[in-house]
Design a protein around this ligand. Structure first.
Ligand code: 5AD
Ligand code: SF4
Ligand code: FES
Length: 347
């Protein structure tokens, strides 16, 4: 089929075959039409509001060794930190003062906080009237359940890649099956579920990326965060080429066409490759931004990849910076929690 027909089909039916997605990804001639279609679907299904989520990177301690990530356990160049529970709660309170309605509590994967610590943090932040997204990696079903009961609303756990061979190569000591188990447990427990992938991993093909997009759809993910893989010098993938901005935006735009009412962030990694990356993403299907609310020296210490934006900026500066940019393209900062639209209707 012609590329424009595939874009039309995606815009009207929100479904594509793997072959059609691969055709879209391989051909760059109609990218503008693809981005415009994704922007129309975004506008029609989730509107012009942009949801801001305040990101708290509360600890960079990690027991895993993901080949692409600067926080991997074997990277001894990283100075490790963990914020105290009360410091985390205080940052959430500051996020509230910037009118963020959601905080995202993100850390490396570790046991450095007890379940009781996390329950205390979650309950205290809930008492502030904020929605909570957790991003703590792989945990037992019980642990996910305790945090849900304490008040957590959403959970982010990227599948990273659905190609089980690549997954295995890049995640020593981890298993693809356990990651799927985690995603299923989170869904069953009633979390709003976020997943996503890296674009441009070694040996990843357009077919792999098409499978990733179809996976998001079959999981019926509520949120999909994706961005380019950016090689980090202090990791085993230092010499790799990494993903491109354009392919990342295309994967995101196709994801919007197939999951029309999902929440899709314009990610920090996109802005690392293009200085207008988040705005381009917001005009190509995205409807969420996650500004960092971590303070001081800790921002620099959460270096997943080089060139991460905002490392020398304050939370206050970031809120006014991103607000100005969003209003500059005629969009509005949402004053609502920004749960997935269809959830609001069905629950
Ligand atoms: N480049 C881009 N994204 C990365 N992440 C980790 N390392 C990198 C990198 N080098 C992403 C992973 C993880 C998220 C928190 O950060 O996808 O899920
Ligand atoms: Fe740890 Fe997450 Fe980085 Fe993997 S991606 S090394 S689990 S912080
Ligand atoms: Fe942090 Fe612009 S969002 S400086």
């Amino acid at each position: 089929a012609k590329i424009v027909d595939i874009i039309n089909k995606a815009e009207t039916t929100h479904s594509l075959t793997k072959e059609e997605i691969v055709d879209l990804l391989r051909c760059d001639e109609y990218d503008q039409q693809l981005f415009l279609a994704a922007d129309r679907v975004r506008s029609q299904y989730v509107g012009d509001q942009v949801h801001l989520r305040g990101l708290i990177e509360f600890s960079n301690i990690c027991q895993q060794n993901c080949f692409y990530c600067g926080l991997r356990k074997e990277n001894t160049k990283v100075k490790r930190y963990k914020l105290t529970p009360d410091t985390i709660i205080d940052l959430a309170d500051k996020a509230k003062s910037y009118n963020y309605k959601t905080v995202v509590l993100q850390s490396g994967e570790s046991q450095s906080y007890t379940v009781a610590d996390m329950q205390y943090i979650i309950r205290s932040i809930k008492a502030l009237g904020l929605a909570i997204t957790l991003s703590l990696g792989e945990k037992s079903r019980d642990e996910y359940q305790f945090y849900k009961e304490a008040g957590a609303d959403r959970y982010l756990l990227r599948i990273e890649t659905t190609n089980s061979r690549i997954y295995k190569e890049l995640h020593p000591g981890m298993s693809f099956e356990n990651r799927l188990r985690c995603l299923q447990d989170l869904k069953d427990l009633g979390y709003e579920l976020g997943t996503g992938c890296l674009v441009g991993l070694p040996n990843q093909t357009m077919e792999c990326l098409a499978d990733d997009i179809l996976f998001f759809k079959s999981l019926d993910a509520d949120m999909i965060g994706l961005g380019p893989f950016i090689p980090n010098a202090d990791t085993p993938l230092a010499q790799e080429r990494g993903g491109t901005f354009n392919t990342s935006i295309k994967v995101m735009a196709i994801t919007r066409l197939l999951l029309p009412d999902a929440n899709i962030p314009a990610t920090t990694a996109m802005e690392t490759l293009d200085k207008n990356g988040r705005i381009i993403a917001l005009q190509s299907g995205a409807n969420v931004v996650m500004p960092n609310v971590t303070e001081g020296e800790y921002r620099k210490m959460y270096m997943l990849y080089p060139g991460k934006i905002c490392v020398n900026d304050t939370p206050k500066h970031c809120v006014s910076c991103i607000t100005g940019k969003i209003q500059g393209i005629g969009r509005h900062i949402s004053t609502e929690f920004g749960f997935r639209q269809s959830k609001k209707l069905t629950n």
